[in-house]
Design a protein around this ligand. Structure first.
Ligand code: PMP
Length: 461
């Protein structure tokens, strides 16, 4: 029986069905307010509309994925043509199809030359989950099966499945017990604003990276197989590490023969103005996990990109890597990904982020908010940034009720027609890569209004 929602369905009351039937991501249902539920009905360019006709500027690219904006006819056409030609085909039983082969050819043209193979998934979580098996399989084949431990970071995010949440360092996701795999450990995050000690920013970067060396030595270098991290933390608050951090991490991983695995799910496909965020930071991972921007969020797809050295070892040394997904390398996803990469590359989108959109956004953010009473720090590059909300500028002081302050600001932004997200008191901004300069200015104006409202509510002005 559908009696809870039958009436609602007849009335096209989607809010009611949503509230009655769905278990929502990262929500405490007890505190959900029915009046806060949104029904989004349409998207075009960098805007979406709700069922009352209200228009929102999407300052977050969906969830960091709709890099090309909404309703792109090229992507729609690619999906439709592929559904007509071949709607499904697996990669099982040694099978290829044109879309996935074209995708891999294009992808490896864009990736740095050290990468050689890819294993496709449907999401970032799956890619990071399989990464755990991959690392162990690699070290087995390399004759060092005891290198089974993976090290992640507190407040890192790698997905919501048991394996990927284990690699992540979100405390709330570990609270069910047994959701951190036994051989996964974590080190502190390189969160400069959160650091209160005597070190300079660059010294702090080295210190935070040094945590990895300490952990490897404590666990025994012979047991540690991989270090996994986002080049900049996304869900953790768009935290950019000091520039001293990544070179030191690279040195440590090289020294102890620990695979360096970069989660590029948020940072990949042009977000920083470089194709991949590790290129922006200048380090060289052995393995990348990708998703989101690969298809501009139009259909689900992710992947695990392996250096030629690792990929070839798995392929050439023989033995079964026991892994497979029904939808890996799905033709429709692959066709949309090919069209996405062509627009990003031949359409000049990534280039524009580096030369035009990124500098404009970063400049406008600093021009508008560096002196704002509520803003303690601005970080970012290309089309991604974070504003740290703080009670007094210049002191690295933090609000006791950070979460509530951030949430208030996010809601005010929504009232002003802007979608952004907050993690604690960090406002996260990641507009579509195709935003015009006028749309960036619209974002700045709306964000400014939300910051002013929040400062007023906190009696700071
Ligand atoms: N890695 C990172 C860095 C992410 O931000 C996310 C999702 N926000 C994931 C992995 C998981 O991706 P998915 O939600 O597609 O499983």
């Amino acid at each position: 029986m559908n009696d809870i929602v039958g009436h609602a369905l007849a009335q096209k009351d989607y809010r009611q069905i949503h509230l009655a039937r769905h278990l929502l991501p990262f929500e405490d249902h007890k505190f959900l307010k029915p009046e806060d539920a949104r029904v989004i009905v349409r998207g075009k360019g960098v805007h979406v509309w709700d069922d009352s006709g209200k228009r929102f500027l999407d300052g977050l690219s969906g969830l960091w994925c709709t890099t090309l904006g909404y309703g792109r006819p090229e992507l729609v056409a690619a999906a439709a043509a592929q559904m007509e030609a071949l709607s499904y085909c697996s990669q099982y039983f040694n099978t290829a199809h044109p879309a996935v082969s074209e995708l891999s050819a294009k992808l490896f043209e864009l990736l740095p030359s050290r990468y050689g193979r890819i294993l496709y998934t449907n999401s970032g979580s799956e890619a990071n989950d399989i990464l755990i098996k991959l690392v162990r399989r690699y070290w087995q084949l390399a004759g060092r099966p005891e290198k089974r431990v993976l090290i992640g970071r507190h407040n890192g995010y790698h997905g919501a499945t048991v394996g990927s949440a284990s690699l992540g360092g979100m405390k709330v996701m570990h609270e069910l017990g047994d959701t951190v795999l036994a051989e996964v450990h974590h080190i502190a995050e390189p969160y400069w604003f959160g650091y209160q000690g005597p070190l300079t920013e660059q010294e702090f970067g080295l210190h935070a990276a040094g945590e990895l060396e300490k952990k490897i030595l404590a666990l025994g270098p012979d047991t540690v197989g991989a270090f996994v991290a986002e080049p900049f933390q996304g869900a953790g608050g768009m935290i950019f590490p000091p520039s001293s951090y990544w070179p030191e991490i690279q040195r440590i991983c090289d020294k102890y023969q620990v695979l360096l695995c970069a989660d590029e799910v948020v940072g990949g496909f042009g977000r920083t103005g470089h194709w991949f965020a590790h290129e922006y930071f200048g380090f060289q991972p052995d393995v990348l996990t990708i998703a989101k921007g690969l298809t501009s969020g139009y259909v689900p797809m992710g992947g695990l990109v392996l250096s030629a050295r690792i990929g070839d070892m798995l392929a050439e040394q023989g033995g079964l890597f026991a892994h497979g997904l029904t939808y890996q390398g799905h033709p429709v996803a692959a066709a949309v990904a090919v069209a996405t990469l062509r627009l990003l590359d031949e359409g000049g989108v990534v280039d524009d982020v580096q030369r035009i959109l990124g500098p404009h956004l970063q400049h406008r953010l600093r021009q508008a908010f560096a002196e704002h009473v509520l803003v303690g720090e601005i970080q970012g590059a290309g089309a991604v940034a974070a504003l740290q909300l703080a009670p007094s500028r210049g002191s690295k002081q933090r609000f006791a009720n950070e979460h509530a302050v951030g949430l208030y600001c996010m809601r005010r932004a929504q009232e002003h027609g802007l979608i952004v997200r907050t993690t604690n008191a960090r406002v996260i901004i990641a507009p579509p890569l195709v935003s015009t300069l006028a749309e960036v200015d619209e974002l700045i104006d709306k964000l400014g209004a939300a910051l002013d409202d929040t400062a007023r509510a906190l009696k700071m002005r």
